[in-house]
Design a binder for this molecule. Sequence first.
Ligand code: HEC
Ligand code: HEC
Ligand code: HEC
Ligand code: HEC
Ligand code: HEC
Ligand code: HEC
Length: 502
Amino acid sequence: MPDAAPPSPPPPAAPRARSHFNNWISAIGGVIALGALFSFALLAWMDFTQGEKNPYLGIFTYLVAPAFLALGLGLALFGAWAQRRWALRHAHAPDRWRLDFTSRAQRRGLAALAAGALGFVILSAFGSYQTFHYAESNAFCGQVCHEAMHPEWVAYQRGAHARVACVECHVGAGAEWFIKAKLNGAHQLLTYTLDTYERPIATPVRNLRPAQDTCEQCHWPEKFSGNVERVFNHYLSDRRNSAYTARFLMHVNTNVPGHPPGGIHWHVSRDERVEYYATDDQRQTIPWMRVVNRRDGTTREFRTPEFKGEPPAERIRVMDCIDCHNRPAHAFPTANDAVEAALHAGTLPRELPHLKRVAVQAMTQPAITRDAEAPQRIADFLRAKYADDSQRAALPGAIAAVQEIHARTMFVERKADWRVYPDNLGHKDWPGCFRCHDDQHQDAQGRKVRASDCNSCHTLLAQGSGAQLEVLNAMGLEFKHPGGDLDPALSCVDCHNGGVQK
Ligand code: HEC
Ligand code: HEC
Ligand code: HEC
Ligand code: HEC
Ligand code: HEC
Ligand code: HEC
């Protein structure tokens, strides 16, 4: 075996022991790292001990605090590296940034650093506490990510869930989803910082938590009320902006004690489960569905005549609340509906001829490409349409109202409005229920989906205007379509699109 190298001469005695970390830069880095570590520990502790969970707190706990920790440690390492470099080059000169406790001036500096460090740690504790409470608030979700989530925030504030915290639906309770939401929150922050987030934010939200863990914490299937009345106030596009109202009784729950569940909420009943396959990401085109009996496992399968073969198993979705109530907190009304609501509330004056149509046209002008230019374009459009002296008086109010409706419901730069966010709870302006209830889907025996006549989902109690609405018909009226006789070959969405200019 070849012998090792001859014994090396003993190293020359070092002039003095040098720790490369003994320097000012590393000391400052150490203080920053310590403060960050302290904040992290505090935030993480608050995060896990406080009842309400908030994914955005994770941004601070798991992104910002560690970033500072890395910065501090990096600075300490850099100090050591610089010191070492200096030491190698100037073997006999005194260290440059060395902490020297014998020097009076340095001692004073050190005392200042120690005081600063203490202050820093206290401040970061205080800061962490404030951060915690801030990150918990809806204002943070909706407003700090203001640019990104502005449309959702505005829509949320006018909804039935304006007092329900974002996290109740988007995160819910429990550690697993909490961590998922945190990772997602960090990812969102990144896209937001880099300004690469989607416009519009794509839906359906892929990682939305199943409704049993969110909606059903407050609404439970057994509790559903029987029939629910819904009133739809419309105004036609004629000269007089004629009112047309429909009063419906929605058969949400037709349960009779001792009988199997029936009615609209049957889809989420305990007895049966509805599964479906959508070919598109927005879940709007549904060629196949299956009803599975939860007790005995028997199934009924329905498909459109065009759809052959089997759907890919991983894309089969079990229907839950969100397949109908997909806009419980962020409803983007159509331009038609928003204008009609304003006519109904009286904020838009009905005496301006054709105002229903003109207001919708003003809002949906393709010329509006930036949010900031919308008010001017809307004003110009209305002024050009209503140039008569007799119309002058009502005009400023109308302009202000249309500008306000536009700002509330259409977000041009975010590309967020009803045209990209379909509401599946109905069938007039989006396919909704008629995605499946369209008389096309059949089972192997040629049986169609049970509910497809107009009175199976709702009873029309009254329609028209004024006195016509006072007498309710419990047997259900036939719908008199204001746009002429309904052609059974056409679906409502073939004509109704909420006011898109064609
Ligand atoms: C009542 C439950 C609920 C509450 C409360 C709620 N959301 Fe949502 N949100 C939803 C549902 C359901 C969707 C998914 C819609 C879909 O997948 O089609 C959604 C979708 C979103 C989207 C995706 C874009 C879109 O419009 O579909 C964003 C962004 C969003 N919510 C932000 C928020 C913010 C911010 C808050 C609080 C200010 C909030 N949400 C409160 C239920 C809720
Ligand atoms: C934290 C409790 C809570 C959660 C979670 C919640 N809701 Fe609600 N929801 C409410 C309350 C309270 C109301 C009644 C509001 C009112 O009457 O103004 C309500 C009202 C509703 C209504 C009827 C109001 C309307 O818009 O006409 C629907 C539909 C609804 N919720 C669906 C959902 C769905 C779907 C989800 C899950 C995505 C959900 N809710 C999650 C508390 C909740
Ligand atoms: C098949 C579609 C569909 C599914 C699935 C569905 N709903 Fe509904 N829900 C409706 C319709 C339609 C109404 C009637 C109200 C309307 O038309 O605005 C309604 C009404 C409601 C109401 C309001 C009742 C009231 O008194 O105003 C609540 C709350 C509600 N649903 C919650 C839920 C929850 C929670 C789930 C999931 C467990 C769910 N829904 C599943 C279609 C559905
Ligand atoms: C994903 C497909 C799908 C969608 C979307 C859908 N349904 Fe259904 N619905 C079904 C199937 C499947 C059945 C059961 C058909 C059968 O067994 O004959 C059904 C049955 C019904 C029934 C009869 C329930 C009973 O009493 O037995 C009603 C009422 C109903 N749906 C209303 C609605 C309403 C309202 C909407 C929209 C808010 C809607 N459905 C959306 C698939 C769907
Ligand atoms: C599968 C169930 C279902 C069937 C079948 C059905 N509807 Fe509806 N319809 C609904 C639901 C759900 C809504 C309520 C939407 C909402 O709450 O916004 C609705 C709303 C309406 C409205 C009011 C819409 C508005 O914005 O003014 C009219 C009008 C209407 N239906 C007419 C009809 C006619 C006519 C038929 C027969 C061709 C029919 N419906 C068949 C479920 C159904
Ligand atoms: C052939 C095209 C066409 C089809 C299909 C159609 N509509 Fe209409 N609808 C019209 C026209 C045109 C008007 C009159 C619009 C106006 O004066 O503003 C109208 C008016 C209405 C109105 C009152 C005013 C408004 O704008 O809301 C309701 C409600 C309505 N339709 C519901 C339905 C429903 C529900 C269906 C499907 C069952 C349907 N329509 C199918 C063309 C159609």
